[in-house]
Design a protein around this ligand. Structure first.
Ligand code: HEM
Length: 432
């Protein structure tokens, strides 16, 4: 390692400037993440081609805890906020058969055909949120679309998918999730939920599901017909699917909870950022919005272009080399970590040689991105995220065609290394 590391900054005003600085170093750059000890060996991979190689290389592992040299050397990583997640025994941090065993049932439950069947439900959740926005618009002034639309939409959909019917559990999961992902929420007061409670809250919910199944027979008739109707609509919710796996012995209780936490967190924050990025970009490019509203271009291309132009995840962390790897003239040593700057990779000049790659343009011919990752860990929730964004964006602009960004409030980036979003998105929904 002879280059000077690029120091990454969670408070950077422009993430894409940081991406350009990384690219100046070539296909691989040494980086320094704040909170890690100076001995940390971490690389950023700066071309889509090299990223695809590393995402799938048999000499890399997703099990950061076991292979990263800092863990092996016993460093204290408590100053690095992301370190906690590496302890998760979920599919996200396992390789090979262990990974497949946990991923398979989730992938089946989130398959494109299952998601197609879920579309009417996503549409009705969206419509209810838009009704609420309309009431707020009637009171005058601007509205925070992140708070009242982009945050609740994916959360309501995930709760639905997991079969979280109980209003109180929904509210607690929403609070916990918002607290984990939204750095702008003020410090918790004594009664507020602590993010560390997340696995405990999910475990409580799993226990209540098990209880519910045992006591099903004692439900009153009224409850039964509702239950049957719901089951017809959606044969099994995702929590039940995973509980069955666990009861069959193919997943431990700890893995079950860890996967549910990963699904709630992984499927929430990212989709929120995708929605706010796309809304902002369309309000800044009204000619493209017009083409969409006139049906000259399909809404799905907005979603793909938003993922390319400004990926919801700034960095995907990490893969760890399990052997020495020679990539583009650099040696990544066994134990070194590799981070994927997904937002920067959407503007990779090798994949997107055209000079206008920094521009948001839904009509462009090539939109190759790595917003959902690549290889065996490719986002299992991608069909759902795409459906939510497509449905949500189309319905939002259909209901509020005159919507404008509130010019009096400046949009602020989330002060986060990994999450690429805004703290709020204030708009005027209708013209005065
Ligand atoms: C725009 C929205 C989303 C983005 C940008 C996104 C991004 C990603 C990325 C980049 C990965 C790969 C991580 C890696 O290989 O290191 C991933 C994995 C994952 N995502 Fe998503 N995600 C989104 C939505 C969702 C949704 C809606 C769900 C669930 C309902 C979900 C659940 C997961 C899970 C469980 C994994 C781990 C898959 C595995 O390890 O095999 N994500 N996501």
């Amino acid at each position: 390692m002879d280059q000077q590391p690029v120091v990454l900054d969670p408070d950077r005003p422009d993430l894409h400037e940081e991406g350009a600085a990384l690219r100046e170093q070539g296909a691989l750059a040494r980086v320094r993440f704040p909170g890690l000890p100076p001995e940390a060996r971490v690389w950023a991979v700066n071309t889509q081609e090299a990223a695809r190689v590393l995402f799938t290389h048999p000499g890399t592992s997703r099990n950061v805890l076991e292979h990263w040299h800092l863990n092996q050397e016993g460093h204290d990583l408590s100053g690095f906020p992301q370190a906690a997640i590496f302890h998760s025994p979920s599919m996200g941090f396992r390789d090979g058969e262990d990974h497949q065993r946990m991923r398979e049932p989730v992938q089946r439950a989130l398959s494109p055909s299952r998601i197609k069947a879920l579309r009417p439900r996503i549409e009705s959740i969206t419509a209810a949120l838009l009704d609420d926005l309309e009431r707020r618009a009637a009171q005058g002034g601007s509205v925070d679309l992140k708070r009242y639309f982009a945050l609740p939409l994916p959360m309501e959909v995930i709760c639905d998918l997991l079969g979280v019917d109980d209003v109180q559990t929904r509210a607690r999961l929403r609070d916990l999730s918002a607290r984990v992902v939204d750095n702008s929420i003020p410090a918790p007061d004594e009664d507020a939920p602590d993010p560390a409670d997340f696995p405990r809250e999910v475990a409580r919910f799993v226990a209540s599901k098990r209880q519910g199944r045992r006591s099903r027979w004692s439900w009153p008739l009224r409850g039964w017909s509702r239950f049957v109707a719901r089951k017809r609509e959606r044969p099994d919710d995702l929590t039940r699917v995973l509980i069955d796996e666990c009861d069959r012995g193919s997943m431990t209780e700890e893995e079950l909870v860890a996967n549910l936490v990963l699904i709630v967190l992984g499927g929430h924050e990212t989709t929120v950022n995708l929605l706010t990025t796309a809304i902002q970009a369309l309000l800044d490019n009204r000619d493209q919005l017009q083409a969409l509203r006139e049906g000259r271009i399909a809404w799905k291309w907005v979603v793909e272009e938003a993922l390319r132009w400004n990926s919801p995840l700034a960095y995907d962390m990490f893969r760890v080399a399990t052997e020495d790897l020679e990539i583009d003239g650099h040696t990544i040593k066994a134990g070194d970590a590799v981070a994927f700057p997904l937002a920067a990779l959407g503007r990779c000049p090798v994949t997107h040689p055209s000079k206008d790659r920094d521009r948001f343009d839904i009509t462009r011919e090539h939109r190759r991105h790595l917003g959902f990752g690549h290889g065996p860990h490719l986002c299992v929730g991608a069909p759902l995220a795409r459906a939510e964004a497509e449905i949500g964006l189309e319905a939002l602009f259909e209901r509020f065609p005159d919507m404008e960004l509130d010019s009096e409030t400046e949009q602020q980036r989330l002060p986060s290394l990994t999450s690429n979003g805004v703290t709020s998105l204030r708009v005027r929904l209708t013209r005065p």
